[in-house]
Design a protein around this ligand. Structure first.
Ligand code: SAM
Length: 280
């Protein structure tokens, strides 16, 4: 279960505004670094949500997938979306379970994907940085355990810098200050990899957005639009009101488009960082 967002409610609008950015890159790297045809791989999609990445990766040729998520609602949506893959035994299991630990035997999977899930695990946002990501560390260690020798782990995670590349995260800095604490930096990830014995072999920035309607300057006025980014789960009512007033004032002054252009960096600096790790 996420420490701050109710995904059993969020699941209702999640797919209206979400896309599996970088699934093509993950498929290509999975093929290269596992050194096997995709159809021979067993992938664990950990924190699979509504199954958008799995759906795309199956279309690229991945042969076998286990889905895992802590939210009943998200997993139910994934089962509907992937009904055909379930009937063909391409999706071989759907497991409702909460990270960081995993109910699988050692060396079960050829590949593991964590897409935008690891910032949901830790609660202690205000303790010092070296202790803040304890649960995240357990999840990486656990992924190392259930991964086969030479298997690959793909972590798609925003860093605090990536978070501030989204234009709307500049509308209210109080929300942003709370939210960025949820996210580990690149150095913190590299430190966790070292401590947990997994080897990071590639890292890159993903340009663009996971939101289909990212460029919509009036998007944050709409609750369904907001529900597709956990950023808004950190905001209280007063902060949401403040955001609405700010957008309406910018619009009235004819400055809303300029605000978006001034603060957008996802198209130039990236929305997330993709780490590729190996169990060697
Ligand atoms: C932002 S969504 C990402 C979903 C999907 N991976 C994607 O990229 O579209 C985060 C997902 O992580 C799941 N989640 C949050 N905390 C979790 C935990 N402790 N264990 C397992 N899943 C968790 C949520 O239920 C939600 O489906």
């Amino acid at each position: 279960m996420s420490t701050f967002e109710d995904y059993n409610t969020t699941c209702n609008g999640y797919d209206d505004n979400r896309q599996p950015l970088g699934a093509d890159i993950v498929a290509g790297m999975m093929h290269v670094y596992n050194n096997k045809p995709l159809k021979e791989l067993h992938l664990l999609d950990a924190g699979c949500g509504t199954g958008n990445y799995t759906k795309s990766l199956i279309n690229y040729g991945v042969g076998k997938v286990t889905l895992m998520d802590a939210s009943t609602g998200m997993l139910e949506r994934a089962k509907v979306k992937l009904a055909d893959a379930l009937s063909r035994d391409v999706v071989v299991d759907t497991v409702e379970h909460r990270l960081p630990y995993m109910p699988f035997d050692d060396a079960t999977f050829d590949a593991i994907l964590f897409s935008q899930v690891l910032h949901h695990l830790d609660t202690n946002d205000d303790i010092n940085e070296s202790q803040r990501f304890e649960q995240l560390g357990h999840a990486i260690a656990e992924a190392g355990r259930v991964l086969c020798q030479n298997g690959t782990m793909f972590i798609m995670a925003s860093t605090p810098d990536d978070i501030m590349n989204s234009w709307y995260n500049h509308l209210n800095m109080e929300i942003s200050r709370k939210y960025v604490k949820k996210f580990a930096s690149i150095h913190q990830f590299l430190d966790i990899f070292k401590r947990t014995g997994v080897t990071c072999i590639q890292k890159m920035k993903l340009l663009g957005s996971v939101l289909v309607d990212y460029d919509n300057a009036e998007g944050p006025l709409n609750k369904t639009w907001r529900d597709s980014d956990s950023y808004w789960a950190m905001a209280n009512e007063k902060e949401i009101k403040d955001v609405e007033q700010k957008i309406n004032a910018l619009k009235k002054d004819g400055k809303l488009k300029d605000f978006v252009e001034k603060h957008d960096r996802v198209h130039t600096n990236g929305i997330a960082t993709l780490f590729v790790c190996k169990k060697i």
